[in-house]
Design a protein around this ligand. Structure first.
Ligand code: SF4
Ligand code: SF4
Length: 426
């Protein structure tokens, strides 16, 4: 039986000439050597599904699950086929036909779609990690009841901060000396719970740059549901965020996010809700206001003097900020190079995925570890003491890579390095 839902993709899939150039850019293929891990293999599977030569079984679905959605293949492909979109369409078709695991439905519909429940769940997770419960849960095999592939959660997660940054926490927002911009801050789940110190640094740097900041009343951006192919949940989450932010956004110059995945996904709300007459205009208007942290600061120019920092720094491009997605690559480098005293060294394969890819590292740990090893070898070649990026999942995975490899490199967010430089001028 043909998988008719994929028919709109057929023209795209037909452009694949099977040249195999995508081998050069696929981090998963370079680890597994499997044809199905490759853009070419994934297009061939989708084509066979459309032609009815293959059934959309759990096995076929699993063969496409190990894609990072990173578009490393697209960068090497003459017709520039976006394999991630093919993979997402197959994932969506599969869960529409066969349903999805209960934990996913619950997470995307009941937790991520509701900021209050999300914060409660985040606080519980912090508490569990701090009290060693994640290790106990992992060792007991309980997580495997949720999905038998879950592994290494306790090792990969960083030590947790004492206090999360909670949405609506306007009292902790610094005030600028002189207001030059009125902006909203979109708090990402990853930074709020895992790296609240990054949120604090981001807010300080923005305030030093004349930003009067409103913390937006947002929930998760919906990227996790979207990546699993649960487009209904992703759209429902997007509608909630539009409802909660659209009116406030009208009075703001921009809405800034320091998570590359969130900012890029929010910029896509207009496209995601384009067929929804009640939301498409508001969603498109909201998307136009979104800026990633580096994008916003580089466009407006840094205010005030930066103090000197010492050492060598390098930068890892999160996939969603790379030239394959939002194209925010020059801006973070420009900001880092503006700091006196720092030596900037370019990272080989800087825009290759680090293997985090949301929860990929927990569900495909072997492949993710292979991808991460390649990344950390490149980091080692730079001799950098500081490895900077702009995404909490990358920060988590790169820190894990540094710990695993015993590398004395500090993983930091762009905002933390700028914050240090502002502090250093005192
Ligand atoms: S590079 Fe593009 S056209 Fe060539 S095999 Fe890969 S997906 Fe197909
Ligand atoms: S999107 Fe990334 S992981 Fe998926 S096939 Fe392309 S290069 Fe490989």
């Amino acid at each position: 039986m043909s998988t008719n839902e994929l028919l709109p993709l057929f023209d795209t899939i037909a452009q694949c000439n099977r040249c195999g150039f995508c081998q050069a850019g696929c981090p998963v293929y370079r680890t597994t050597g499997s044809e199905h891990s490759l853009g070419r293999g994934r297009q061939a599977i989708a084509r066979a599904l459309i032609l009815g030569e293959m059934e959309l079984t759990a096995e076929v679905f699993q063969a496409l699950e190990d894609c990072l959605l990173c578009r490393g293949c697209t960068a090497h492909c003459f017709p520039a086929i976006k394999t991630d979109e093919t993979v997402l369409a197959v994932r969506h078709a599969y869960i529409t036909r066969h349903g999805q695991p209960a934990w996913q439905r619950f997470l995307f519909r009941e937790i991520l779609a509701n900021s209050k429940r999300l914060e409660s769940a985040g606080r519980m997770a912090l508490w569990a990690k701090r009290h060693g419960l994640t290790k106990v849960v992992e060792q007991s095999g309980l997580l495997r009841l949720v999905d038998k592939r879950f592994q290494a959660v306790d090792q990969v997660l960083p030590p947790m901060a004492a206090k999360a940054f909670l949405r609506g926490d306007q009292a902790r927002v610094p005030v600028p000396r002189e207001v030059k911009h009125r902006i909203g801050y979109f708090a990402s789940c990853g930074l709020s719970f895992q790296f609240p110190e990054v949120v604090a640094a981001t807010l300080r740097v923005l305030a030093r740059n004349g930003c009067a900041i409103t913390i937006m009343d947002n929930t998760c951006c919906g990227r996790p549901a979207h990546s699993y192919g649960d487009l209904d949940a992703a759209r429902a989450i997007a509608r909630k965020n539009v409802e909660h932010m659209a009116a406030e956004a009208q009075g703001l110059d921009a809405i800034v996010s320091d998570c590359g995945s969130c900012s890029t996904h929010l910029k896509e709300y207009g496209a995601l809700l384009k067929d929804d007459p009640a939301y498409r205009e508001k969603a498109a208007a909201l998307s136009l206001k979104i800026r990633s942290f580096s994008e916003f600061l580089a466009a407006n120019g840094l205010e005030g003097k930066l103090g000197a920092l010492a050492g060598t720094v390098t930068y890892h491009d999160p996939c969603h900020l790379s030239n394959r997605f939002a194209k925010i690559t020059a801006q973070p480098r420009k900001l880092l190079k503006a700091i006196p005293g720092l030596t900037y060294k370019e990272l080989p394969e800087a825009d290759w995925c680090c293997g985090a890819a949301g929860s990929y590292t927990f569900l495909h740990h072997q492949e993710a570890t292979g991808v991460l090893e390649r990344k950390m070898k490149n980091v080692e070649k730079t001799g950098a003491e500081m490895l900077v990026t702009e995404c909490p999942a990358c920060m988590m995975h790169l820190s894990y890579g540094a710990r695993k490899k015993g590398l004395a490199v500090k993983v930091r967010h762009v905002s933390q390095v700028l914050d240090d430089a502002y502090e250093a001028r005192k």
